[in-house]
Design a protein around this ligand. Sequence first.
Ligand code: BMA
Length: 310
Amino acid sequence: MMLNRGASLFRRYEGNPILTPRNWPYPANSVFNPGAAQVDGEALLLVRVEDMRGFSHLTVARSWDGRTNWVVDPEPTLEPEPNIREEQWGLEDPRIVFLEDEGKYAVTYVSFSQGGPLISLALTEDFRRFERRGPLLPPEDKDASLFPKRFGGRFALIHRPIIRGEAHIWISFSPDLKYWGEHRVLLPVRAGWWDCHKVGLGPQPMETSEGWLVIYHGVRRTASGNLYRLGLALLDLEDPCKVIRRSQEWVFSPKEAYELIGDVPGVVFSCGTIVDEETNELRMYYGAADTSVALAVADMDEVIDYITHC
Ligand code: BMA
Protein backbone atom coordinates (compact mmCIF):
# COMPACT_ATOMS: atom_id res chain seq x y z
CA MET A 1 0.00 0.00 0.00
CA MET A 2 1.39 3.38 -1.01
CA LEU A 3 0.96 5.78 1.88
CA ASN A 4 0.95 9.52 2.18
CA ARG A 5 0.66 10.38 -1.51
CA GLY A 6 -2.12 12.66 -0.32
CA ALA A 7 0.24 14.79 1.74
CA SER A 8 1.88 16.15 -1.43
CA LEU A 9 -1.37 17.27 -3.12
CA PHE A 10 -1.49 20.74 -1.53
CA ARG A 11 1.51 23.05 -1.86
CA ARG A 12 1.83 25.98 0.53
CA TYR A 13 2.03 29.43 -1.05
CA GLU A 14 5.53 30.85 -0.57
CA GLY A 15 4.09 34.17 0.67
CA ASN A 16 2.33 32.55 3.66
CA PRO A 17 0.76 33.68 5.85
CA ILE A 18 -1.20 35.92 3.49
CA LEU A 19 -3.11 37.85 6.18
CA THR A 20 -2.13 38.54 9.77
CA PRO A 21 -3.39 40.89 12.52
CA ARG A 22 -0.60 43.27 11.47
CA ASN A 23 -2.28 43.71 8.04
CA TRP A 24 -5.56 44.68 9.68
CA PRO A 25 -6.87 48.27 9.41
CA TYR A 26 -8.07 48.18 13.03
CA PRO A 27 -6.85 46.43 16.21
CA ALA A 28 -7.34 42.64 16.07
CA ASN A 29 -5.96 39.75 18.09
CA SER A 30 -6.17 37.17 15.28
CA VAL A 31 -7.52 36.77 11.73
CA PHE A 32 -8.31 33.23 10.59
CA ASN A 33 -10.73 30.60 9.20
CA PRO A 34 -12.07 32.61 6.23
CA GLY A 35 -14.93 31.62 3.95
CA ALA A 36 -14.05 32.18 0.28
CA ALA A 37 -15.78 32.96 -3.02
CA GLN A 38 -14.97 34.43 -6.40
CA VAL A 39 -17.11 37.62 -6.54
CA ASP A 40 -17.16 40.05 -9.48
CA GLY A 41 -13.84 38.71 -10.77
CA GLU A 42 -12.10 39.09 -7.42
CA ALA A 43 -11.17 36.61 -4.70
CA LEU A 44 -13.21 37.47 -1.64
CA LEU A 45 -12.40 36.18 1.82
CA LEU A 46 -14.85 36.61 4.69
CA VAL A 47 -12.34 36.46 7.51
CA ARG A 48 -13.04 35.62 11.13
CA VAL A 49 -11.50 38.37 13.25
CA GLU A 50 -11.13 37.94 16.99
CA ASP A 51 -11.01 41.11 19.05
CA MET A 52 -9.29 41.66 22.39
CA ARG A 53 -12.44 40.69 24.31
CA GLY A 54 -12.19 37.22 22.75
CA PHE A 55 -15.27 37.76 20.53
CA SER A 56 -15.24 37.26 16.76
CA HIS A 57 -16.83 39.10 13.84
CA LEU A 58 -16.46 38.74 10.05
CA THR A 59 -14.62 41.13 7.73
CA VAL A 60 -14.15 41.05 3.95
CA ALA A 61 -10.72 41.04 2.27
CA ARG A 62 -10.47 41.22 -1.54
CA SER A 63 -7.64 40.49 -3.99
CA TRP A 64 -7.45 40.28 -7.79
CA ASP A 65 -5.07 37.32 -7.87
CA GLY A 66 -6.21 35.64 -4.64
CA ARG A 67 -2.68 35.82 -3.29
CA THR A 68 -1.44 39.39 -2.93
CA ASN A 69 -2.53 43.00 -2.40
CA TRP A 70 -5.48 42.21 -0.17
CA VAL A 71 -7.80 45.13 0.46
CA VAL A 72 -9.53 44.75 3.81
CA ASP A 73 -12.81 46.50 4.69
CA PRO A 74 -11.88 49.40 7.03
CA GLU A 75 -14.46 48.27 9.59
CA PRO A 76 -16.13 44.96 10.56
CA THR A 77 -18.37 43.75 7.71
CA LEU A 78 -20.75 41.53 9.72
CA GLU A 79 -20.84 41.99 13.49
CA PRO A 80 -22.92 40.49 16.28
CA GLU A 81 -26.13 42.47 16.80
CA PRO A 82 -26.68 43.53 20.42
CA ASN A 83 -30.34 42.43 20.33
CA ILE A 84 -29.72 38.96 18.81
CA ARG A 85 -29.27 36.61 21.73
CA GLU A 86 -27.45 33.76 20.01
CA GLU A 87 -24.73 36.13 18.70
CA GLN A 88 -23.61 37.61 22.01
CA TRP A 89 -20.20 35.88 22.06
CA GLY A 90 -19.53 36.43 18.38
CA LEU A 91 -19.74 35.16 14.79
CA GLU A 92 -17.27 32.51 13.63
CA ASP A 93 -16.09 30.30 10.76
CA PRO A 94 -18.24 31.25 7.72
CA ARG A 95 -18.77 29.07 4.64
CA ILE A 96 -20.02 30.65 1.41
CA VAL A 97 -21.95 29.18 -1.54
CA PHE A 98 -23.66 30.90 -4.45
CA LEU A 99 -27.27 29.66 -4.54
CA GLU A 100 -27.82 29.37 -8.27
CA ASP A 101 -31.65 29.52 -8.15
CA GLU A 102 -31.76 32.46 -5.73
CA GLY A 103 -28.92 34.42 -7.36
CA LYS A 104 -27.57 35.14 -3.86
CA TYR A 105 -24.64 34.07 -1.76
CA ALA A 106 -25.52 32.05 1.32
CA VAL A 107 -23.22 32.48 4.30
CA THR A 108 -23.52 29.84 7.03
CA TYR A 109 -21.60 30.84 10.15
CA VAL A 110 -21.40 29.93 13.80
CA SER A 111 -23.31 32.18 16.20
CA PHE A 112 -21.88 31.81 19.67
CA SER A 113 -23.46 32.62 23.02
CA GLN A 114 -24.09 31.21 26.48
CA GLY A 115 -26.62 28.85 24.84
CA GLY A 116 -23.81 27.18 22.89
CA PRO A 117 -22.64 27.45 19.28
CA LEU A 118 -25.20 27.08 16.50
CA ILE A 119 -25.42 27.59 12.73
CA SER A 120 -26.95 30.81 11.40
CA LEU A 121 -27.67 31.76 7.81
CA ALA A 122 -27.34 35.13 6.08
CA LEU A 123 -27.97 35.87 2.40
CA THR A 124 -26.16 38.58 0.46
CA GLU A 125 -25.68 39.80 -3.09
CA ASP A 126 -22.73 42.09 -2.51
CA PHE A 127 -21.10 41.28 0.87
CA ARG A 128 -22.08 44.75 2.02
CA ARG A 129 -25.71 44.25 3.00
CA PHE A 130 -26.75 40.97 4.61
CA GLU A 131 -30.22 39.52 5.13
CA ARG A 132 -30.11 37.50 8.36
CA ARG A 133 -32.25 34.35 8.29
CA GLY A 134 -31.40 33.33 11.86
CA PRO A 135 -30.47 29.94 13.38
CA LEU A 136 -31.01 26.79 11.29
CA LEU A 137 -30.82 24.07 13.95
CA PRO A 138 -30.43 23.95 17.76
CA PRO A 139 -27.05 24.06 19.52
CA GLU A 140 -24.54 22.55 19.74
CA ASP A 141 -23.79 22.73 16.02
CA LYS A 142 -20.91 24.04 13.88
CA ASP A 143 -19.01 23.56 10.60
CA ALA A 144 -21.92 23.99 8.19
CA SER A 145 -22.38 24.71 4.52
CA LEU A 146 -25.25 24.56 2.08
CA PHE A 147 -24.77 23.09 -1.39
CA PRO A 148 -25.09 25.53 -4.30
CA LYS A 149 -27.75 23.26 -5.87
CA ARG A 150 -30.97 21.65 -4.68
CA PHE A 151 -31.59 17.90 -4.65
CA GLY A 152 -35.12 16.98 -5.73
CA GLY A 153 -36.14 20.55 -4.90
CA ARG A 154 -34.65 20.44 -1.39
CA PHE A 155 -31.72 22.37 0.01
CA ALA A 156 -29.04 20.28 1.69
CA LEU A 157 -26.88 21.26 4.65
CA ILE A 158 -23.72 19.58 5.89
CA HIS A 159 -23.14 20.33 9.56
CA ARG A 160 -21.57 18.99 12.73
CA PRO A 161 -23.84 18.72 15.75
CA ILE A 162 -22.46 17.30 18.98
CA ILE A 163 -24.75 14.56 20.22
CA ARG A 164 -24.02 12.56 23.38
CA GLY A 165 -20.49 13.95 23.19
CA GLU A 166 -19.97 12.51 19.69
CA ALA A 167 -18.83 14.83 16.89
CA HIS A 168 -19.74 13.31 13.50
CA ILE A 169 -20.53 15.10 10.22
CA TRP A 170 -24.28 15.09 9.42
CA ILE A 171 -26.41 16.02 6.44
CA SER A 172 -29.97 17.46 6.60
CA PHE A 173 -32.54 18.67 4.06
CA SER A 174 -35.05 21.50 3.82
CA PRO A 175 -37.69 22.65 1.32
CA ASP A 176 -37.33 26.33 2.30
CA LEU A 177 -34.08 26.94 4.25
CA LYS A 178 -36.22 27.16 7.41
CA TYR A 179 -37.51 23.70 8.35
CA TRP A 180 -34.88 20.97 8.43
CA GLY A 181 -35.25 17.20 8.54
CA GLU A 182 -34.06 13.85 7.15
CA HIS A 183 -31.03 14.18 9.42
CA ARG A 184 -28.40 11.50 9.05
CA VAL A 185 -24.73 10.87 9.76
CA LEU A 186 -22.61 11.41 6.66
CA LEU A 187 -19.02 10.96 7.85
CA PRO A 188 -18.45 9.56 11.35
CA VAL A 189 -15.26 9.81 13.40
CA ARG A 190 -12.97 6.78 13.00
CA ALA A 191 -11.86 5.23 16.29
CA GLY A 192 -8.09 4.94 16.46
CA TRP A 193 -7.42 7.00 13.33
CA TRP A 194 -6.12 10.56 12.89
CA ASP A 195 -9.76 11.73 12.78
CA CYS A 196 -10.88 9.78 15.87
CA HIS A 197 -12.11 12.48 18.26
CA LYS A 198 -13.98 14.97 16.07
CA VAL A 199 -14.67 15.56 12.41
CA GLY A 200 -16.24 18.64 10.81
CA LEU A 201 -16.81 20.04 7.35
CA GLY A 202 -14.03 22.27 6.04
CA PRO A 203 -14.84 24.46 3.01
CA GLN A 204 -18.11 24.46 1.06
CA PRO A 205 -18.64 21.26 -1.03
CA MET A 206 -17.15 21.57 -4.53
CA GLU A 207 -18.93 20.16 -7.59
CA THR A 208 -16.67 18.06 -9.85
CA SER A 209 -17.35 15.60 -12.67
CA GLU A 210 -16.77 12.68 -10.24
CA GLY A 211 -18.89 13.93 -7.35
CA TRP A 212 -18.99 16.58 -4.62
CA LEU A 213 -15.50 17.04 -3.28
CA VAL A 214 -15.44 17.60 0.47
CA ILE A 215 -12.45 18.68 2.52
CA TYR A 216 -13.02 17.98 6.20
CA HIS A 217 -11.05 18.42 9.40
CA GLY A 218 -10.27 15.60 11.76
CA VAL A 219 -9.14 16.02 15.34
CA ARG A 220 -6.97 13.79 17.46
CA ARG A 221 -6.39 14.72 21.10
CA THR A 222 -2.76 14.35 22.11
CA ALA A 223 -0.75 14.90 25.29
CA SER A 224 0.02 18.42 24.10
CA GLY A 225 -3.41 19.40 22.78
CA ASN A 226 -5.64 18.87 19.78
CA LEU A 227 -4.16 18.23 16.32
CA TYR A 228 -6.35 19.54 13.48
CA ARG A 229 -5.65 17.93 10.08
CA LEU A 230 -7.55 17.80 6.78
CA GLY A 231 -8.88 14.82 4.83
CA LEU A 232 -11.01 14.30 1.71
CA ALA A 233 -14.32 12.70 0.80
CA LEU A 234 -16.31 12.39 -2.40
CA LEU A 235 -20.14 12.43 -2.38
CA ASP A 236 -22.52 11.29 -5.10
CA LEU A 237 -23.55 14.14 -7.40
CA GLU A 238 -27.26 13.27 -7.39
CA ASP A 239 -27.53 11.92 -3.85
CA PRO A 240 -25.03 13.61 -1.49
CA CYS A 241 -25.95 11.16 1.30
CA LYS A 242 -23.88 8.56 -0.58
CA VAL A 243 -20.18 8.66 0.32
CA ILE A 244 -18.31 7.35 -2.73
CA ARG A 245 -14.82 7.69 -1.24
CA ARG A 246 -13.09 8.82 1.93
CA SER A 247 -9.35 9.27 2.21
CA GLN A 248 -7.59 7.03 4.67
CA GLU A 249 -4.78 9.52 5.12
CA TRP A 250 -4.95 13.15 6.00
CA VAL A 251 -3.90 15.31 3.05
CA PHE A 252 -2.82 18.40 4.98
CA SER A 253 -1.46 18.84 8.49
CA PRO A 254 0.31 21.49 10.59
CA LYS A 255 4.02 21.62 9.71
CA GLU A 256 5.19 25.23 9.27
CA ALA A 257 6.04 27.60 12.14
CA TYR A 258 2.91 29.72 11.52
CA GLU A 259 0.77 26.58 11.90
CA LEU A 260 2.58 25.35 15.01
CA ILE A 261 2.93 28.64 16.89
CA GLY A 262 -0.02 30.87 17.68
CA ASP A 263 -3.10 31.11 19.87
CA VAL A 264 -3.98 27.46 19.24
CA PRO A 265 -0.86 25.57 18.07
CA GLY A 266 -1.13 22.65 15.66
CA VAL A 267 -4.23 23.78 13.77
CA VAL A 268 -4.91 24.00 10.03
CA PHE A 269 -8.61 24.81 9.60
CA SER A 270 -10.17 25.59 6.23
CA CYS A 271 -13.60 27.13 5.63
CA GLY A 272 -13.18 28.26 2.02
CA THR A 273 -11.77 27.34 -1.39
CA ILE A 274 -11.76 28.96 -4.81
CA VAL A 275 -11.47 26.81 -7.93
CA ASP A 276 -10.10 28.53 -11.03
CA GLU A 277 -12.20 26.99 -13.82
CA GLU A 278 -9.59 27.83 -16.49
CA THR A 279 -6.44 26.50 -14.83
CA ASN A 280 -8.12 23.88 -12.60
CA GLU A 281 -6.23 25.34 -9.66
CA LEU A 282 -7.81 24.60 -6.30
CA ARG A 283 -6.89 27.32 -3.82
CA MET A 284 -7.52 26.39 -0.22
CA TYR A 285 -7.52 29.25 2.27
CA TYR A 286 -7.07 28.21 5.87
CA GLY A 287 -6.62 29.47 9.37
CA ALA A 288 -3.18 28.69 10.78
CA ALA A 289 -2.94 28.16 14.55
CA ASP A 290 -6.11 30.27 15.01
CA THR A 291 -3.90 33.30 14.35
CA SER A 292 -3.42 34.07 10.65
CA VAL A 293 -4.73 33.20 7.16
CA ALA A 294 -2.64 31.03 4.83
CA LEU A 295 -3.05 29.54 1.35
CA ALA A 296 -2.28 26.13 -0.13
CA VAL A 297 -2.76 25.26 -3.79
CA ALA A 298 -3.57 21.94 -5.47
CA ASP A 299 -4.32 20.75 -8.97
CA MET A 300 -7.98 19.72 -9.05
CA ASP A 301 -7.27 16.83 -11.47
CA GLU A 302 -4.62 15.42 -9.11
CA VAL A 303 -6.99 15.72 -6.15
CA ILE A 304 -9.77 13.94 -8.03
CA ASP A 305 -7.36 11.26 -9.24
CA TYR A 306 -6.20 10.70 -5.64
CA ILE A 307 -9.65 10.54 -4.03
CA THR A 308 -11.18 8.32 -6.71
CA HIS A 309 -8.36 5.81 -6.08
CA CYS A 310 -8.69 5.86 -2.30
C1 BMA B 1 -12.82 24.50 16.44
C2 BMA B 1 -13.41 25.79 15.87
C3 BMA B 1 -12.41 26.55 15.02
C4 BMA B 1 -11.00 26.55 15.56
C5 BMA B 1 -10.60 25.17 16.03
C6 BMA B 1 -9.22 25.12 16.66
O1 BMA B 1 -13.66 24.00 17.43
O2 BMA B 1 -13.83 26.60 16.93
O3 BMA B 1 -12.84 27.87 14.88
O4 BMA B 1 -10.13 26.98 14.56
O5 BMA B 1 -11.55 24.71 16.98
O6 BMA B 1 -9.15 25.93 17.80
